[in-house]
Design a protein around this ligand. Structure first.
Ligand code: 4AD
Ligand code: MG
Length: 482
C-alpha cells in the first residue's frame, strides 16, 4: 500500500508530537538546504519539513526544487519557527517527481491572475486558487446538503436537448452532420432528419423546463449541472459554460420562491464561514491588499468576511421593478447623466443600473419583482390587474453587491389558456412543447423556481472579481484551452 500518508491540514491541526508520519506533497520552497515548505492542497498552510545536514547527498538536495513532489517519513516535533506548532524532521525522503526549476512556471513569488489564467493547469498549486477551489467544493457540497435537508429530489436534467428553455436563441448546436457539406432539403435548408437524433439539437441553456416536469410529481426538485450559452459577452460575469442550481417547487408562489432563494444564499455563506474560515481569511487579506492599490474613492467599504457576515445577518431588500426604475430616475447618477444606457419603464436593466441599486442605493442584496412581461421568458406567470400597457410577470431577480444578477426566477404560468396565448404571441411552437403543456393539462398547480449561477455565487463568497478565476477551466468567447 502506497497511501499511508497523513494530510497536512490534519497534521497541522493536531499538537501531538513524538510519533512517526508519512507525508507527501509538492515543494513550495526549499531554504538554506534544510527547510522544505511542503503543500498537499489540503490547506494553504505549508508543512515545514526539516532535512538535517547529512541526511541526503548533494545530488538529492539539488532535486528539492519548487514544484517537485516528495514523500517524507519522519518524526513530528514541536516547531521552533513562527507560524506553526509542529514540523516534521525527515528520516527518509524520496523524490517522486522532479520539477525543473528553470522551466517550472510558478516561481515562489506573486503572479498576476492574468498570468495564472494562462497556466490554469497549474494554478491550483497557488494559495489564491487553492482557497478559491476549496471554497467552490464546499459550496457545491452545501448546495446538496441544503436541499437534501429540505427533502428536495435531486433530478438530473438532460444536457443535450431539442428545446430552447429561455427562448433566447443563444445555443450551441450539437450535431454529427458534416458541417462543410450537410444533407439539405429541397429548399436548401439543412436536413436534420439525417442528424444523429433525427432533429436539430443543442446544449441546454437551463434545466428548468424538465425540472418543472419533476416538480409536478415529486413536489420539490433541484438540478445542479452545467449549462451552456453561446452569448458573445466577454465580461467578468459571463461564461459560455457555467453551472447552475435550479430548484423547482410545486405549491409555491413568488413570495415562497423569494423566501427560499434568500434562505438558500444565506445558508451557503454560513456553511462556508463555518467550514472554510482559513481560506476566507486568506482571501480577505488578499482582497484588502488589492484594495490598497486602488484610489480611496473606489475602495469597498467592507472587507470580505465583514460583507459575508452582513449578508447573513440582514434581510435582503425587496422592491418591484417599477420602484427600481423610479429610484434610478430619481438618482443623482441619472440626473448627472452618469448612466450610459437610458432609464425608462420597460427597459431591460443594464448592469450599471443593477449595480447602482445594490452598491450605491441599498448597499445590500436586492430582490426585484414584477418585471415587464415583454422582456421576460414565456413561462413566467402574468400578473393580474396590471396598469394599461404595463403588463408585468411574477419574475424575481436577486442582485448582489459587486456581482449584479446572481439569481433569476419566477412563479410559472400554470393556467393553460394564458400560457398557450403567450406562447403563440412569442412564436413558440405549441406542438413541439406538448410535453411541457401536459403538466398544465393534467393536474396543474401553482409553482415556482429559480436559477442560481454557481460561479457568480462563488465570486461573491471568494471576493474574486473575474468569473474566469472561480471555475477550473473557463470557456469564454475565443477561449477554450485545456
Ligand atoms: O436568469 P437566467 O437566464 O434564468 C434561467 O435560466 C431560468 N431558467 C432559471 C430558473 O428559473 N430555473 O439564469 C439564471 C442565473 C443568472 O441569474 C446568473 O446568475 C446565471 O444563471 N447566469 C450566468 N452565469 C455565468 N455565465 C453566464 N453566461 C450566465 N447566464 C446566466
Ligand atoms: Mg436572468
Amino acid at each position: 500500500m502506497f497511501n499511508t500518508r497523513v494530510k497536512i491540514k490534519e497534521l497541522l491541526a493536531s499538537e501531538q508530537t513524538g510519533h512517526e508520519v508519512t507525508v507527501m506533497g509538492w515543494i513550495r520552497t526549499f531554504r538554506n538546504n534544510q527547510f522544505i515548505a511542503l503543500n498537499d492542497g489540503s490547506t494553504n498552510n505549508n508543512l515545514q519539513v526539516v532535512v538535517e545536514l547529512g541526511l541526503l547527498d548533494e545530488a538529492t538536495l539539488k532535486r528539492l526544487t519548487t514544484g517537485a513532489s516528495i514523500k517524507v517519513i519522519g518524526e513530528v516535533v514541536a516547531s521552533l519557527g513562527k507560524g506553526q506548532k509542529v514540523e516534521v524532521k525527515a528520516k527518509t525522503l524520496e523524490v517522486l517527481g522532479d520539477s525543473d526549476a528553470e522551466k517550472y512556471p510558478l516561481q515562489p513569488k506573486k503572479h498576476s491572475l492574468e498570468f495564472l489564467r494562462e497556466k490554469a493547469h497549474l494554478r491550483f498549486r497557488t494559495n489564491t486558487f487553492g482557497s478559491v477551489f476549496r471554497l467552490r467544493n464546499s459550496l457545491a457540497f452545501a448546495v446538496h446538503k441544503f436541499f437534501n435537508e429540505k427533502g428536495f429530489v435531486y433530478l438530473n436534467t438532460p444536457i443535450i436537448t431539442s428545446s430552447d428553455a429561455e427562448g433566447a436563441g443563444e445555443m450551441f448546436r450539437v450535431t454529427t452532420l458534416p458541417f462543410d457539406n450537410p444533407p439539405r432539403n429541397e429548399d436548401g435548408s439543412v436536413n436534420y432528419t439525417e442528424d444523429f437524433f433525427g432533429k436539430s439539437t443543442n446544449l441546454t441553456v437551463s434545466g428548468q423546463l424538465e425540472g418543472e416536469l419533476g416538480a409536478m410529481a415529486f413536489s420539490e426538485i433541484y438540478t445542479f449541472g452545467p449549462t451552456f450559452r453561446a452569448e458573445n459577452s466577454n465580461t467578468t460575469r459571463h461564461l459560455a459554460e457555467f453551472w447552475m442550481i435550479e430548484p423547482e417547487m410545486a405549491f409555491n408562489d413568488i413570495e415562497d420562491n423569494m423566501n427560499l432563494a434568500e434562505e438558500f444564499i444565506q445558508y451557503l455563506i454560513r456553511y462556508a464561514m463555518e467550514h472554510n474560515m482559513e481560506d476566507l481569511e486568506f482571501l480577505d487579506a488578499r482582497l484588502a491588499d488589492e484594495e490598497k492599490s486602488k484610489p480611496v474613492a473606489e475602495r469597498s467599504e467592507f472587507g470580505l468576511i465583514e460583507k459575508l457576515k452582513f449578508v447573513v445577518d440582514n434581510q435582503f431588500e425587496r422592491i418591484t421593478y417599477t420602484e427600481a426604475i423610479q429610484i434610478l430616475l430619481d438618482s443623482p447618477a441619472y440626473k448627472k447623466k452618469k448612466f450610459k444606457y437610458d432609464v425608462a419603464w420597460g427597459i431591460d436593466m443594464q448592469s450599471e443600473h443593477e449595480r447602482y441599486l445594490v452598491e450605491k442605493h441599498f448597499k445590500k442584496p436586492v430582490i426585484v419583482t414584477g418585471y415587464p412581461a415583454a422582456i421576460k421568458a414565456f413561462y413566467m406567470r402574468l400578473n393580474d390587474n396590471c396598469e394599461e400597457g404595463k403588463q408585468t410577470v411574477a419574475a424575481m431577480d436577486i442582485l448582489a453587491p459587486g456581482i449584479g444578477e446572481i439569481v433569476g426566477g419566477s412563479q410559472r404560468e400554470e393556467r393553460l389558456d394564458k400560457l398557450e396565448k403567450r406562447m403563440n404571441e412569442m412564436h413558440i411552437p405549441l406542438e413541439e412543447m406538448s410535453w411541457y403543456l401536459d403538466t398544465r393539462r393534467f393536474g396543474s398547480v401553482p409553482h415556482a423556481g429559480f436559477g442560481l449561477g454557481f460561479e457568480r455565487m462563488v465570486l461573491f463568497v471568494t471576493g474574486m472579481t473575474n468569473i474566469r478565476d472561480v471555475i477550473p477551466f473557463a470557456r469564454t468567447p475565443k477561449n477554450c484551452e485545456f
